[in-house]
Design a protein around this ligand. Structure first.
Ligand code: SAM
Length: 247
């Protein structure tokens, strides 16, 4: 029997499709086993909403997901007062996630909802130096408002930190900072840290060598506060800054 080139190509393609199918079924069946015991227990006792369980299954970075979850649970347990906030919202993925974890908190959302400012981009090195004002511009306030429509969400559209005017007296329990650049990260730490409740936490995303602006903003700020900067073993290396509790 003679095997044609067409049959070989067909067999190879079939093999590839089969491989990915098995890989997919395997990850659906077994990857979900990466769940910390306390999360599993909360699922069993009905304390995790169906929407959050669904999101957890799809979330690409399990460590980041569960780090958010453990921090939110800790804030509830320790009764840490204050709002949630995110600097760098884009289409609202992480804000939606955090809101599902605690839907009672007021949630301040800071973003231009139009992408980066050129005045911020011109200082950047590393990965951010490849950015233009078109990156992350494929969103809009209207679109994100539709997605994050619960009354807890308060939108602050515009250039950060200009959008903090009038929010000097605010108190925060958890802040997610994901603005990618030096200027907003520096300004975010300067604005949020003094307004962080005792026991509160700021989680800064992308503290790694690809984002030297973020590393510099965090390191410079860290030198001015008593608390250590705590690394997270998530894919993009977040760090956490806590405000010391009064005992
Ligand atoms: C990496 S994206 C945020 C991703 C988002 N956390 C998510 O869950 O998908 C970075 C965002 O920071 C915003 N941003 C960066 N610098 C800013 C500034 N100075 N003022 C307001 N928004 C800024 C950009 O508009 C962009 O939407």
């Amino acid at each position: 029997m003679q095997i044609t080139l067409y049959q070989i190509v067909q067999a190879v393609l079939l093999g590839i499709i089969l491989f990915y199918l098995i890989y997919y079924v395997w990850s659906v069946l077994f990857d979900k086993n990466y769940q910390p015991k306390d999360y599993q227990h909360s699922v069993k006792t009905g304390r995790v909403s169906i929407a959050l369980r669904k999101l957890e299954k799809q979330y690409p970075d399990k460590v980041r997901f569960f780090n958010f979850w453990f921090q939110v649970e800790r804030l509830k347990k320790e009764k840490v007062p204050g709002a949630f906030a995110e600097l760098g919202v884009y289409k609202g993925d992480s804000a939606y996630l955090l809101h599902l974890m605690d839907s009672k908190r007021t949630f301040h959302l800071f973003d231009t909802f139009e992408g980066f400012q050129s005045s911020d981009l011109k200082h950047e090195t590393g990965k951010a130096a490849t950015y233009t004002t078109s990156n992350f511009a494929d969103t809009s306030l209207e679109k994100v408002k539709k997605r994050l429509s619960d009354p807890e969400f308060i939108f602050h559209q515009g250039y950060f930190p200009d959008t903090t005017k009038g929010l000097e007296g605010e108190q925060y329990a958890l802040v997610s900072m994901d603005a990618d650049l030096y200027n907003p990260t520096k300004a975010g730490l300067e604005y949020f840290y003094p307004r962080l409740s005792p026991g509160g936490v700021i989680i800064v995303h992308d503290y790694n060598h690809e984002w030297p602006g973020i590393v510099k903003a965090v390191d410079d700020f860290a030198a001015s506060i008593p608390e250590p900067v705590v690394p997270v073993a998530d894919v993009d290396s977040s760090v956490m800054i806590f405000k010391t509790r009064k005992v």
